[in-house]
Design a protein around this ligand. Sequence first.
Ligand SMILES: Cc1ncc(COP(=O)(O)O)c(C=O)c1O
Length: 324
Amino acid sequence: MVIINPGNPTGQCLSEANLREILRFCYSKKLVLLGDEVYQQNIYQDERPFISSKKVLMDMGSPFSKEVQLVSFHTVSKGYWGECGQRGGYFEMTNFPPRVVEEIYKVASIALSPNVSAQIFMGLMVSPPKPGDISYDQFTRESKGILESLRRRAKIMTDGFNSCKNVVCNFTEGAMYSFPQIQLPPGALQAAKQAGKVPDVFYCLKLLEATGISTVPGSGFGQREGVFHLRTTILPAEEEMPEIMDSFKKFNDEFMTRTNFIIITAVLLLIIYKNNWEREKKRGEKHFLFLGGLMDLRLSDCHECVQVEEIKCDPIQIERTIRN
Ligand SMILES: Cc1ncc(COP(=O)(O)O)c(C=O)c1O
């Protein structure tokens, strides 16, 4: 079983009770737990501080602490270092037989080593400046400053998303991501279908085209059917954040209104034409139903009225025609 805590893409932090439950489950099913804890420094609330799976496992005592096999991961590319260019990381294995550890050690030793600067970063990460060291004050000030700024950015982003039409977003408790749910109206689903795109991919592409904001559609991570998300990071510079969120809001609110407007317009046109058709039909005149090529309706006759059996419409074309 794999857990990412704090989480990517959702930015959640697991509580101690969550972790105990997961470890008990792994024990009962004899599963190895891979604990990806690379965002352990990135915490933006005080209610659920980071607790490592290893600590919880050890606190649970025997038989769990002696038997559950756990691999814990960490890297230099997150935290306040954010050194994505430096490829350095480690994993620690708990409760694995020495022979397995030896084999893994052998495989790791014959692979290419990280470059020297990445190894230096790794050393600094596991052994940061201590009180009394020459750089201790500066290190503490800078790392605290970066984390406080990320906390503010997490709040600006969550509040920004929650102020948008049809968008709901949980607070980014940890990691570096915001994962708002985008509630797409029927017009947008229809437009995405016409474009041959998954709805949240369609939304993210339109967002990119309109604003230059690049996001990851939730469908890339797997999500409940009919539910749509996007993932974005809270990493843009703090001073640029309000402008970015304004730009997102402007795009989103227009997108939601426009796609709804298309469907409402289509339905109104349909009602008007259907009424006309019935009136004409009563007069016994031959009539063609034609909406300027916008819609195809399949109609069936009964004695008194006309029933619409099927509607095919192209919201993009409708929108274009309305604009023109
Ligand atoms: C959950 C998670 N684990 C691991 C990594 C990779 O870390 P690294 O930069 O050391 O390859 C990432 C990178 O984005 C991540 O999101």
